[in-house]
Design a protein around this ligand. Structure first.
Ligand SMILES: [Zn+2]
Length: 345
């Protein structure tokens, strides 16, 4: 068993840091490298990981397919003296474009298998690889949320824009399921189902050194978006809060997230803070419907649209819908359904 805490100051040394911060590569644990890649959003980076062992390298998450991100990856590989062909497998925590985006490019380059959970594969196929969400699902989503044409346009255009940043797609996606052991970076990782942010997200736990590759389920300084999208399974926020509760039982000394800084001793405290954040937002949501409101109106009350980019408007709508759905399912608020859903407390 490794004494990871003792190793930490040493293992977190930067391998290289370019002035533009593209890419930033550092060894965050023995044989695990974090590669920070640029994103063209307010959230301006995604963390991907490279794990090395005697069998070769595993890539965990890939970034958006954009020329500067491809270049950043190649630079990272050069710094690590790794030929892309040495990548044996590509494991994706979930199908969001900042994680899935370059999986096709790397599969074409390396022939490595790409892994997702079955549910995430289904979502990736529907949303990115086929024609997007089914039109009847989208129409129902607009109607339910009381979402007018201008906002519909913003959400559709942004989704379409993101779709282009996931191309080319992998020609084949293999599946991994919760409960499976994945050997990578010289460790046995247990795949854990961590829903809420995306229905079938998997995160990976190495019990031997209490290390978690936690995807977007637990982030240090921002709260992961919990959204209801046209294809989301029922009750995403309920499932997220349940997942946080399950994760509370695991001892974690080092958590490696998809965005932001690594977490060391604060795992349980961070889980509690995320739970508290949603309790507060649920109360704000309940208050926002006191005089009656549609999902779009609630979203405008919870978030300052003047400060949001078009990319963020999508999240604001989906996040409000997830909180309304949570409260309505539990009878805290009700709604009447004529044209749009009108919620009231
Ligand atoms: Zn992400």
């Amino acid at each position: 068993m490794q004494t990871l805490v003792g190793d930490m100051p040493h293992t977190q040394r930067p391998v290289a840091q370019t002035p533009s911060a593209t890419p930033a590569v550092r060894e965050v644990a023995p044989d695990i490298y974090q590669v920070r890649l640029p994103l063209p959003f307010a959230l301006n980076h995604v963390n991907c990981y490279l794990l090395r062992d005697e069998e070769g390298w595993t890539m965990v998450d890939t970034g958006l397919d954009q020329p500067n991100v491809r270049a950043a990856w190649h630079e990272a590989c050069t710094l690590l003296e790794l030929e892309p062909q040495q990548i044996q497998r590509i494991v994706l925590t979930h199908m969001h474009p900042d994680h899935f985006g370059l999986s096709g490019y790397f599969q074409h380059l390396t022939n490595a298998p790409v892994y997702l959970s079955a549910r995430e594969r289904e979502l990736a196929q529907t949303v990115w690889m086929e024609d997007g969400w089914r039109p009847e699902l989208v129409a129902e989503y607009w109607r339910m949320g009381g979402i007018p044409n201008d906002v519909r346009g913003v959400i559709s255009d942004q989704t379409e824009r993101l779709r282009y940043m996931t191309m080319p797609h992998p020609h084949e996606i293999a599946t991994l399921e919760a409960g499976e052991i994945v050997h990578m970076g010289g460790r046995d990782f247990l795949a854990i189902h961590a829903p809420g942010h995306s229905d079938g997200q998997l995160i990976f736990y190495s019990a031997a050194d209490q290390l978690m590759l936690c995807g977007d389920q637990v982030l240090k300084s921002i709260t992961p978006n919990i959204g209801l999208w046209p294809s989301t399974e029922a009750d995403p926020l309920g499932r997220y809060l349940e997942s946080l509760n399950e994760l509370m039982a695991l001892p974690v000394l080092l958590a490696l997230p998809g965005h932001g800084s690594v977490m060391t001793t604060e795992w349980q405290a961070r889980l509690c803070a995320l739970e508290e954040h949603h309790r507060v937002r649920l109360e704000e949501t309940r208050r926002a419907v006191e005089g009656g409101a549609t999902a779009l109106e609630v979203s405008r009350r919870l978030f300052n649209y003047g400060k949001l980019s078009e990319h963020e408007v999508r999240f604001a709508v989906a996040e409000a819908m997830a909180h309304l759905d949570y409260l309505a399912r539990r009878g805290v608020i009700t709604f009447s359904d004529n044209g749009a859903r009108h919620y009231s407390a």
